[in-house]
Write a protein that binds this ligand. Structure first.
Ligand code: C2E
Ligand code: CA
Ligand code: CA
Length: 906
């Protein structure tokens, strides 16, 4: 044992005998060597040197025997050799021819040795042997001395030996006791303890320690302690041991250190180490005690994990969010490297991985594909020695996550170092239980919410939800400037069916009616049941009265086919009331109005729809007549174009004109704001727009010839036209037919072309531009106006909306914004035209900002083409700075001329 290095260690079993024999051997070697020195040095003449030499050789021989046999010699053999020693010393003493022979001193060595290593009795036997031998020596001594003197010498010598022996005995016993205590304490301690040298060698361990490490005691002693620690903890330990060696004072208590057992298992130890010191305070080695906290640590971790999971669930985390965290939390509770949570399909088959911890994306997918994450048939399964791709041989637990409604998924843990047991499985089951409970609660809550807001018979929104939806729809309408429609539907003579065929049949019929009505609605509409046979439809975006009428017609028609209720063929009709309101309308009032209209429908004979009030009826009627007129307008030659000049702010010279569609006729004029939306909705805008293009190009062609310079013609294009496949062809034909150069045509578009599928219109715009036609963005500053559109659209001109211009006063915010827009437009090469300029002040502000072109009542109202042609500036071909055609140089425009022109325009 290396532990023997400690010189205070009492002689123990095997190793100690070695020390016993070898130290005695050394005594003989040293004694014999002194004897050789005595022979060489001057010594009494009468000495029998040959005898002394024999005794010396005898001592060497005993030393040799002791050395050679030091591991095998028994205590008895050593004790026996002591008699030889005594004999050898006595022989030398007798032969030395000295009175008080120096060889007698060797008796002291032997006695001290006996008292420190042998039992008391054996030591006394040794003293007795010496006493006897010494008496003999004194008797046969060559030099004659008086007997009394010899006697005194003998008594003193034996007494000295006894006193010295007693002293040694007492001392060694005291020291031995301390060692014994430590050894006993260590031996009997249930705590794993070890004595470790500062060179990190294990010097001694107790049984508990050997059990903890999983290595037999004998094998453990002498190994490097570093080999026991987890690679991740070695550095910390080496540093701690080194520090202990350097400072000599260390009580270290690292709560968690990993020990790696030969079988690869990892145990967590709490380590307490203290420095053991020698008698003069010199640090000798470390005494360390280890507590296996693996299980305790896991228990705490499991409890922590469960309470964390429970807290998350109680905080109302959704199952989806929980799934992501659950894997990580379960991993911490299990001290497992890999955890995954799968979700099952409604049929119960594993469908996907919902959350994973420690797994690589590819790893978890391949484990999933290999069925390693499948739900175990029994609900819980612990496996060992499982081959997992990317992980090697692993231990695994799989636990089903189940609610009363069915299987949700599976919680799986995999780890290479852990050897999962029943306790681990119990933990994972508890975690799965929390997940299941959370989901069950969420489902129950959702069910309750649904029940609170839906009609149980038809599963349609009930009155409360309907009111809520209507309020939201109105709020949206308020933002978008739209209208919301409400249809109140009441079945005719439903009571008769209920009374004659029974409530069951009535209920079934209501459910079927609900299904048919739903089928007629769009995504944005809401159908609800107020109770009995009353249904309400909220129509958003499409709250336009005429559309509501069409919807009512569709719903009425949908009910007309007979219903098959339990073999009975039932026919039913409905009375429908229509109301509509804008964002400012009250939701209760809207339903009430629709209800009132429904009563009128009943009153007027049932199986029909009615509009709430005269104004609404008027609107619907008007729209329908407009639509009818639009359909015939083209053929009836009722379309006409007005042209509004576009002028330079600088010189008021005409650079072009915008073509504006007019619908005239015997029934009076209709404004474009009214008929353009209807034309767009019905698609009539396409033929009408084609007419506008042709007419505008024809007129424009005339102006060029008349003025002898370029006069631009601006034509409004609706989004509907842009999606028409022949648009580019139409434009080319119109240009050719009218003799208008492409450079003189400007097409005005709005941002709405970018809504929806924008790629196609964008391509059309690019093609138009390649023809040489310029594109203007109309009404900029309203609606969705975003600077981003300016770069996304292929544009040449930006038209500032008239609402925007109307707010333009010197120093106003609009002025600053306009200035910024103008600068930016210039930066990306866009020309700016201000629309709807009505006052001189607006004109001045615009000019100050740097806007060059404008259009508005301040300069000219829309006029007939003839009026424009008669205009002196067009006829005279007044030049426009920066807008001159190649063949004519720009000329000055004087103030007087401008004033005259203005008079004429108004
Ligand atoms: P827009 O493109 O913004 O046309 C300008 C409108 O502003 C014209 O109304 C014009 O008369 C009016 N306006 C011009 N200067 C002033 C002014 O100083 N003050 C005020 N308050 N208004 C002014 P209009 O002719 O009623 O046209 C209305 C809208 O109808 C046009 O707005 C345009 O979006 C559309 N539209 C007109 N003609 C056509 C057409 O041929 N095709 C298409 N797709 N849309 C057209
Ligand atoms: Ca326009
Ligand atoms: Ca405009």
């Amino acid at each position: 044992m290396k532990f023997q290095r400690n010189r205070h260690t009492p002689p123990g079993p095997a190793g100690d005998r070695r020390q016993l024999a070898s130290s005695l051997a050394w005594l003989h070697v040293i004694g014999a060597s002194f004897s050789v020195a005595w022979l060489v040095l001057p010594h009494p003449a009468g000495a029998r040197e040959s005898l002394i030499l024999a005794a010396t050789l005898g001592a060497y021989a005993i030393a040799a025997v002791l050395f050679v046999g030091r591991s095998r010699l028994s205590l008895a053999a050593v004790q026996l050799s002591m008699l030889g020693t005594t004999a050898v010393i006595s022989l030398a003493a007798a032969a030395s021819a000295e009175h008080g022979s120096v060889y007698g001193l060797f008796y002291l060595w032997a006695t001290l040795y006996a008292f420190s290593f042998f039992s008391r009795r054996q030591a006394l036997v040794q003293v007795a042997a010496v006493a006897a031998a010494y008496a003999l020596v004194l008797t046969v001594q060559l030099t004659p001395t008086p007997a009394t003197e010899d006697f005194t010498r003998w008594v003193m010598t034996v007494a000295t030996l006894l006193v010295a022996g007693w002293l040694v005995r007492t001392l060694t016993e005291r020291l031995r006791e301390g060692e014994q205590h430590l050894r006993l304490a260590m031996e009997q301690s249930s705590l794993a303890s070890a004595v470790i040298g500062f060179d990190r060698t294990v010097l001694d361990v107790n049984e508990a320690c050997a059990r903890l490490v999983g290595v037999p005691r004998e094998a453990l002693i002498g190994t490097d302690v570093e080999r026991l620690w987890h690679p991740g903890d070695v550095a910390v330990h080496a540093a701690a041991v080194a520090e202990g060696a350097a400072t000599g004072a260390m009580v270290q208590n690292r709560p968690e250190t990993r020990l790696v057992r030969p079988d690869g298992q990892i145990r967590w130890l709490s380590v307490a180490a203290t420095v053991i010191r020698g008698d003069r305070g010199r640090p000798l080695h470390l005494f360390a005690q280890f507590d296996d906290v693996t299980d305790r640590r896991l228990q705490v971790a499991r409890q922590e994990a469960l309470s964390r999971l429970a807290r998350l669930a109680l905080d109302g985390a959704e199952t989806g969010a929980l799934a992501g965290q659950a894997a990580a939390i379960a991993a911490s509770g299990l001290d497992a490297t890999h955890v995954a949570l799968t979700v099952s399909s409604s049929a119960g088959a594993p469908a996907a991985v919902a959350g994973a911890h420690g797994w690589s994306e590819a790893g978890v997918q391949s484990a999933f594909a290999a069925g390693l994450l499948d739900t175990p048939p029994g609900g819980t399964l612990i496996e060992h020695g499982l081959q997992v791709e990317g992980l090697g041989e692993a231990s695994a637990i799989r636990v089903a996550v189940r609610t009363p409604d069915g299987l949700l998924g599976t919680l799986c843990a995999h780890d290479r170092e852990r050897h999962f047991d029943r306790e681990d499985a119990l933990f994972l089951e508890a975690a799965a239980g929390i997940l299941a409970a959370t989901e069950a609660r969420a489902r129950a809550e959702a069910r309750l919410r649904h029940q609170a807001l839906h009609d149980p018979l038809t599963d349609l929104p009930n009155r409360a939800l309907l009111q809520d939806r209507l309020q939201h729809a109105l709020a949206r309408a308020a933002r978008g400037g739209d209208e919301v429609g409400a249809l109140f539907i009441d079945l005719d003579h439903f009571k008769v069916i209920n009374d004659s065929l029974g409530h069951d049949v009535g209920d079934e019929l209501l459910a079927q009616v609900a299904a048919r009505l739903s089928a007629e609605l769009r995504e944005s509409d809401t159908l609800g049941r107020l109770g009995g046979d009353e249904f309400v439809v909220i129509a958003e975006s499409g709250g336009e009265p005429a559309q509501l009428v069409r919807l009512a017609q569709r719903l009425g028609a949908a009910l007309r086919h007979p219903f098959d209720v339990r073999g009975d063929e039932l026919t039913i009709t409905a009375s429908i009331g229509i109301a509509c309101g804008d964002g400012a309308a009250d939701s209760n009032a809207l339903v009430r109005d629709a209800d009132a209209a429904m009563y009128r429908a009943k009153h007027l004979g049932r199986a029909r729809y009615e509009l709430f009030d005269a104004a609404l009826r008027e609107r619907v009627l008007r729209r329908m007549t407009t639509e009818k007129r639009l359909r015939t307008a083209l053929a009836a030659d009722e379309l006409d174009l007005a042209f509004q000049p576009i002028v330079t702010l600088e010189g008021d010279a005409i650079v072009g004109a915008e073509a504006l569609l007019r619908l005239n006729g015997p029934d009076g004029a209709i404004t474009p704001d009214e008929f353009i939306p209807i034309a767009e909705e019905t698609g009539l805008i396409v033929p009408m727009g084609a007419w506008v293009l042709a007419e505008a190009c024809r007129r424009g062609g005339d102006w060029q010839r008349l003025a002898g310079r370029r006069i631009d013609v601006s034509v409004n294009l609706s989004p509907r036209q842009l999606t028409h496949p022949d648009l580019v062809g139409h434009v080319q034909m119109a240009l050719a037919a009218g003799g208008l150069p492409a450079e003189a045509l400007i097409l005005e578009i709005t941002e709405s072309v970018l809504l929806g599928d924008a790629e196609r219109p964008l391509e059309v715009l690019r093609r138009l531009r390649r023809l040489g036609i310029r594109l203007a963005l109309d009404d900029f500053g309203t609606g969705y106006s975003s600077l981003a559109y300016l770069t996304r659209l292929p544009l040449d001109i930006l038209k500032l909306d008239r609402e925007f211009i109307a707010r333009l006063t010197p120093g106003s915010q609009e002025a600053a914004v306009t200035a910024a827009i103008v600068q930016m437009a210039a930066a990306i090469g866009l020309t700016v035209i201000a629309e709807g300029v009505e006052t001189a002040e607006q004109s001045q502000v615009l000019q100050a900002i740097g806007v060059e072109l404008a259009q508005g009542y301040h300069f000219a109202r829309p006029m007939t083409s003839a009026a424009l042609e008669a205009h002196p500036y067009l006829a005279a071909g007044a030049a426009v700075p920066g807008h001159a055609t190649r063949d004519r140089a720009p000329g000055p425009v004087n103030r007087q001329a401008r004033a005259g022109r203005q008079r004429q325009f108004r």
